[in-house]
Design a protein around this ligand. Structure first.
Ligand code: S3P
Length: 217
């Protein structure tokens, strides 16, 4: 009779960190889609540290984001943002929420592709508008027509956000539901129940990597 301990039942929460290794999970997407809120909860579920790139940029600069924009301008902010994200990815695995413009920089996209699995939290313009109206600390939206600005930014950014490994629809449902969908999509992307083994029968990268959670679910 063997006294071997039976293996623990597989659970996505346990499979995902072991399949990630040193790679991180990076949440990308427009302002107001819930990257920090979802990221924080996702990190708790996966028992990984959570880091917010905007908070880290503010700490590194000793200033708030509106102050950085006002005193030094957007290009300076973007350079700092790229440096901070590079440093945070080197310290993985973490769950990292990025600012809405971070993924627009090619160098940052390449780093994220090399060192992380990216999730685009995608929301409709009206959901974004409703959410960003609640806070006045986003310098890019301090314009006479914030709605027009959101529409323009979305049209510039969505084709780039689309390059994320996974896409999850962020909408007005309980946060835990979105977190659950992130976990399911990550688990599938990383190869399912035997996530620590190489994925099998994934005909093309796109099949595995472009999981879009249905808004109807
Ligand atoms: C920005 C989004 C902000 C912040 C900065 C610029 C953007 O982060 O990085 O105000 O370019 O979309 P959130 O997406 O967390 O609001």
């Amino acid at each position: 009779m063997s006294d071997a301990v039976p293996p623990a039942p597989a659970s996505p929460e346990a499979d995902i960190p072991s399949a990630l290794g040193q790679r991180s999970i990076v949440l990308i997407g427009m302002m107001g889609v819930g990257k920090s809120t979802i990221g924080r909860r996702l990190a708790v579920r996966l028992r990984l540290p959570f880091v917010d790139a905007d908070t880290e940029i503010e700490a590194a600069a000793g200033m708030t984001i509106p102050e950085i924009f006002e005193r030094h301008g957007e290009p300076h902010f973007r350079d700092g943002e790229a440096r901070v994200i590079a440093r945070l990815l080197d310290g993985g695995p973490v769950v990292l929420a990025t600012g809405g413009g971070a993924f627009m920089r090619e160098e940052t996209r390449a780093r994220i592709a090399a060192k992380a699995i990216s999730i685009w939290l995608k929301a409709d313009p009206d959901v974004i508008m409703r959410r960003v109206r609640r806070r006045a600390d986003r310098p890019l939206l301090q314009t006479p027509d914030p709605e027009g600005t959101v529409t323009r930014l979305l049209s510039e950014r969505e084709p780039v956000y689309r390059n994320a490994d996974l896409t999850i629809s962020s909408r007005d449902v309980p946060h835990d539901r979105i977190v659950e969908e992130c976990i399911e999509a990550l688990h599938r992307h990383l190869g399912g129940p035997a996530a620590s083994e190489p994925p099998q029968n994934l005909g093309s990268k796109d099949l595995a990597s472009k999981d879009v959670a249905s808004a109807a679910r």
